[in-house]
Unconditional design. Structure first.
Length: 81
């Protein structure tokens, strides 16, 4: 299963929780990627996790995720800021 995890407002709200989630998801055979509306010049560094930048575009469709985890689910379908 591919899991798309938002960074700002989701991962950043409880990094310990999400770090444990990522480790356990990978241990159980799942793939986790950070999916963010940031631009590539606003880097995110999380070791061992691919970061996908949408450059303020709606997130849905950037990767074929089975599950999206986002504190603002409307951002999956609407361009940002």
């Amino acid at each position: 299963m591919l899991i798309a995890l938002d960074y700002d407002g989701t991962y950043t709200e409880d990094t310990e929780l999400w770090d444990n989630f990522i480790v356990n998801a990978i241990k159980n055979g799942h793939e986790v990627k950070i999916l963010t509306m940031r631009y590539p010049h606003e880097p995110i560094n999380i070791e061992g996790i691919e970061v996908i930048y949408t450059s303020r575009k709606a997130k849905y469709g950037y990767i074929p995720a089975n599950i999206y985890i986002d504190n603002e689910p409307g951002r999956l379908f609407t361009d940002g800021f």
